[in-house]
Design a protein around this ligand. Structure first.
Ligand SMILES: Nc1ncnc2c1ncn2[C@@H]1O[C@H](COP(=O)(O)OP(=O)(O)O)[C@@H](O)[C@H]1O
Ligand SMILES: [Mg+2]
Length: 253
């Protein structure tokens, strides 16, 4: 589904992403891990068009999308969440998701506000779809809660719901479990499992090793922008390079 060839990004003299080859298959959950500053977020930014690669190619469903702008990458079905929250804090949960649906369908807030018969029907469809997404995400009891007043974990889950509103084929999650407590982590893991059951393909950046190991079909490890290992969770866990990278960074692998 996604094929990355020789992807590189230099920031001045720094090789943030260095000559990465990667293939993500349809329907799998693929983990991208590595110590802080390894280049994971930069890699996401290269795929979804926030920044342009210095070298290399990004192919999605057979089409070269290298250097395409974020909106056209999103249109093809690659949607990502951000390490910081991607929510509209002043809106309720249902407003957040329907706004994200509007951004996707291009109905536009202006048309919705005209209240023509056509726009009313579309508006109703959007609300129904939004509610389905909210239920699926497990946020049903917060439908009319302001995003601002959600717990940290539910804000992050709302960020995923907003991404789902854009109808991804490939969903890229940047540290979805960051800062969550144990209960929020297990809620989010269950949501990710439901999304996989739906047939979504997921590219996951995550620091929580236990969660990554239990969720992912395959894991790709980078350090200083370079690939150091790739394989199933068991293989990666025992890879000396991986252990060294994580111990070197003073983290718990
Ligand atoms: N826009 C930028 N300009 C210059 N350096 C950057 C930029 N974005 C990231 N970097 C650097 O690239 C490296 C990789 O960063 P990042 O992709 O955020 O790592 P990770 O997500 O794995 O923690 C870091 O050394 C970071 O400081
Ligand atoms: Mg990052």
């Amino acid at each position: 589904m996604l094929e990355v060839k020789g992807l590189s990004k230099f920031f001045g003299g720094l090789e943030a992403v260095s000559n990465i080859d990667m293939t993500v298959k349809a329907g799998e959950i693929f983990g991208l891990i590595g110590p802080n500053g390894a280049g994971k977020t930069t890699f996401f930014n290269l795929i979804n068009g926030v920044i342009r690669p210095t070298r290399g190619r990004v192919i999605f469903e057979g089409q070269d999308i290298t250097g395409k702008k974020p909106h056209s990458v999103a249109k093809k079905g690659i949607i990502r969440t951000f390490q910081a929250n991607n929510i509209f804090p002043d809106f309720t949960v249902i407003e957040n998701v329907s706004l994200s649906c509007h951004l996707k369908t291009g109905i536009g807030i202006f048309e919705a506000s005209l209240h023509t018969p056509g726009s009313k029907k579309k508006e109703k469809d959007v609300l129904e779809r939004s509610y389905e997404i909210i239920k699926h995400a497990g946020l049903e009891s917060f439908t009319n809660t302001a995003a601002n007043s959600l717990s940290h974990g539910h804000k992050r889950i709302l960020g995923i719901a907003n991404a789902l509103a854009a109808e991804p084929k490939l969903l890229m999650l940047d540290e979805p479990l960051g800062g969550m407590n144990a209960e929020e982590v297990s809620e989010t893991i269950n949501l990710i499992r439901r999304l996989l059951d739906d047939g979504l393909t997921i590219l996951l950046i995550e620091h929580n090793m236990r969660a990554t190991m239990s969720l992912c079909d395959r894991i790709f490890v980078i350090n200083f922008g370079k690939k150091i290992a790739e394989g199933n969770p068991a293989e990666v866990k025992e890879n000396p390079e991986v252990i060294k990278a994580y111990l070197g960074a003073g983290q718990n692998a």
